[in-house]
Write a protein that binds this ligand. Structure first.
Ligand code: NAP
Length: 411
């Protein structure tokens, strides 16, 4: 990693080199993440009055930059160029632990030398919606940092807005601190941000992909709030991990076969689908030891699972969804939806308060970041490939950027 610094310039305190190493994708190599992500030397970004420049020690790996590599469902480079940004590359990365290196003249919440993690909610500071004091995640200008913006955490120096900085949990290494926040803050908003459907004591919550990045965070948030998370997995090897992180029961989705778009309610296939969905609902009751259906269903697979989520959600409950990993065409038996007065709620990332609240749980040791593996800087592409192939071990992954070895940075 030493050669990363060797750009022919001295790097004294406060000095910002003109160039840096970064992992980037370009349009002519959109495709499989292991080939699309490449290490390049690019210009270090300039910062605006409310920005910070972060000396990135480690980065988390997130699914959004799998999508960026594929160039679908959005070509993030073309999208930014349409808005007038000149860069023909995407230097991504939405989860960062590092040291504040420089600050814009209007920044007063952090200073050079502060150790921070960066949450990935980005919005125009003078957006009228934001200035009105309402939830900035609903503002027109809101974007996901390091996905819809350039110069994220796969850069030696990342550019962020100062409000994105959250004090780094001192107990964590650089790589553990870099690994959790995007998934944890998203899960926190899904589970605690949509009143009155916030997790309360004894609430049953169904968590899809429970051993994954979002799911492992969700299990722990539900458990910390006194709820009863039921985990869904596809491989029995992940069962113990879920139980260790708060699950009261675990269901292997491979025990069922009714997944995908729901057949028409008048079609001959509907009966078999409904039988599968009912069987899955029964498995939830077995997991919780009684006929109690979930008050909240924590969704992200989308097309393959949403019909079942809608079916098994309890009367007056909420299906909250932040992604469509398996597809975007959702089907739902509306009869159950209206008769049992359920809510289908979209959710996206988190605001500053939600990022701080979930980091407090991490700082206090009430949640573990679930770092499964730390990769070297040059393995960033391969780490995304594992994610696309659903071969990542469990929880969250990280890669070193300026940190020269794993295991450093904890107080
Ligand atoms: N909107 C937002 O703010 C936001 C934030 C974070 C993530 N996301 C999105 O959320 C999704 C998940 O992210 P992640 O970080 O949790 O990814 P991840 O770590 O790869 O976990 C995803 C999990 O989904 C499960 N899964 C895969 N295929 C499935 C299928 N056909 N049916 C049911 N479950 C399936 C897998 O678990 P099993 O195979 O064990 O079931 C896997 O562990 C991605 O699309 C990501 O882009 C959105």
């Amino acid at each position: 990693m030493k050669e990363l610094y060797d750009l022919g310039e001295p790097l004294g305190v406060g000095a910002v080199p003109a160039k840096m190493h970064a992992f980037a994708v370009r349009q002519d190599r959109f495709g499989q993440p292991r080939d699309a992500w490449r290490r390049e030397v690019i210009a270090t970004p300039e910062i605006g009055p409310r920005d910070v420049l972060i000396y990135v020690m480690a980065t988390g790996i997130n699914y959004n930059n799998v999508w960026a590599a594929l160039g679908t469902p959005v070509d993030v480079i073309a999208d930014r160029q349409r808005r007038g940004e000149p860069e023909d590359f995407h230097a991504g990365g939405s989860d960062c632990a590092g040291i504040v290196w420089a600050v814009g003249e209007k920044v007063d919440n952090v200073k050079p030398g502060d150790e921070v993690v960066i949450h990935s909610g980005w919005w125009e500071p003078d957006d009228p919606w934001v200035l009105s004091g309402r939830d900035p995640m609903l503002a027109d200008s809101t974007r996901i940092w390091g996905y819809q913006t350039n110069y994220g955490s796969y850069c030696q120096f990342a550019r962020a807005q100062s409000h994105q900085c959250v004090a780094k949990p001192a107990r964590l290494t650089w790589e553990a601190a870099a690994s959790y926040l995007l998934c944890a803050s998203t899960a926190y908003r899904m589970l605690m941000g949509w009143a009155p459907h916030v997790v309360e004591k004894d609430d049953v919550v169904l968590v899809w992909g429970a051993a994954g990045g979002l799911g492992s965070m969700a299990l722990q948030i539900v458990a910390a709030a006194g709820g009863r998370p039921v985990a869904v997995i596809s491989d029995d090897d992940k069962r113990q991990f879920c139980l260790d992180h708060g699950a009261v029961g675990v269901i292997n989705r491979n025990d069922f076969s009714h997944w995908g778009v729901m057949p028409g309610t008048e079609s001959p296939e509907y009966g078999a689908w409904a039988k599968g969905a009912r069987g899955f609902g029964k498995a939830i009751w077995e997991a919780v030891g009684g006929r109690i259906s979930p008050r909240i269903v924590f969704e992200h697979p989308g097309e393959a699972t949403l019909p079942t989520s809608g079916f098994v959600c309890g009367t007056g409950g909420m299906i909250v969804i932040c992604a469509g990993t398996t597809g975007y065409n959702i089907t739902l038996d509306l009869r159950h939806h209206w008769m049992r007065q359920k809510r289908l709620q979209g959710s996206h990332l988190a605001n500053d308060e939600q990022a701080a609240a979930v980091t407090k749980l991490i700082t206090e040791g009430k949640m573990d970041p679930c770092l499964s593996h730390t990769y070297g800087f040059d393995e960033i592409g391969e780490a995304h490939q594992l994610m696309l192939d659903n071969r990542q071990p469990y929880g969250n992954m990280a890669a070193l950027v300026n940190a020269t070895e794993a295991g450093k940075g904890a107080a």
